[in-house]
Design a protein around this ligand. Structure first.
Ligand code: CDP
Length: 239
């Protein structure tokens, strides 16, 4: 057992923050929160607070990044120094470079980049407060910001993780569970087709546990998708 590790993570069927194993943390999504961005989104998911801003399609600089057959989608995942317990050193690090790439790859599966050759679509994902699951929160917010910018896309992409604690598979780990948990499985889906747009796995799971984790995360994504749609409906009207 590691220092500070709780003895138990599930007591009488409830997790340490009071949730059931298949229950997500509360999620609030607002579209169109920044005046200067073409599209934007503010998202709170449990203790995560994320701002996403989308610019484009716009002229690309530096020019050598231009693609003759499609827009260059550039994603910038960044954690504020005050977003975590130990102050995070400002500036790029390996983790933010990796997460920017993971988020870009995920979004590339839905945005119609081929409609805008020689341009850039830039998406900034600022993590203001982190409590585990920020890549999922970032993808969720970024796809609302891209939709808010009016950029054509196949579908919104919702994202949600599941994991394993105390030998049990649960959805949407919060930081204590993430720190001491046995596995973490971030997932993103394209809801209409059911395609998986992101699947990562950290830790160990048996095949059965993996299937259970994937099902729970996909179910979580579907709940997140409803919140994304509600946020866009609220901004643009409609039923
Ligand atoms: O955030 P996500 O779960 O997608 O990625 P992670 O690399 O598994 O990070 C898990 C959590 O660790 C973050 O959400 C933060 O709460 C925390 N963290 C931190 O406290 N300090 C860092 N420099 C990086 C992450």
């Amino acid at each position: 057992m590691k220092v500070g590790e709780p003895e138990e993570f599930i007591i009488d069927g409830k997790r340490l923050d009071g949730r059931a194993p298949d229950e997500l943390r509360p999620i609030k999504i607002e579209a169109g929160v920044l005046e200067r961005a073409d599209g934007s989104c503010y998202l709170e998911w449990g203790g995560n607070k994320v701002l996403a801003a989308c610019y484009g399609p716009r002229e690309i600089h530096p020019k050598h990044e231009a693609r003759s057959d499609r827009a260059a989608l550039r994603t910038y995942y960044r954690m504020a120094p005050f977003s975590v317990n130990d102050r995070k050193r400002p500036g790029p690090d390996r983790r933010s470079v990796e997460l920017s790439k993971v988020i870009r790859n995920t979004l590339e599966s839905v945005v119609f980049l081929h409609l805008f050759p020689m341009t850039a679509i830039d998406v900034y994902i600022e993590i203001l407060q982190a409590q585990a699951g920020t890549r999922c929160a970032g993808i969720t917010a970024a796809s609302v910001a891209i939709a808010d910018a009016g950029i054509p896309m196949k579908e919104l992409i919702p994202s949600c993780a599941s994991g394993k604690i105390d030998g049990k598979v649960v959805v949407d780990l919060f930081d204590t569970e993430d720190n001491y948990g046995e596995a973490d499985v971030p997932v993103a889906i394209i809801p209409r087709t059911g395609e998986i747009a992101l699947l990562q796995m950290d830790g160990n799971l048996t095949q059965e546990e993996f299937e259970e984790a994937l099902n729970l995360a996909v179910k979580g994504c579907k709940d997140v998708y409803e919140k994304q749609k509600e946020a866009l409906m609220k901004r643009y009207g409609g039923e």
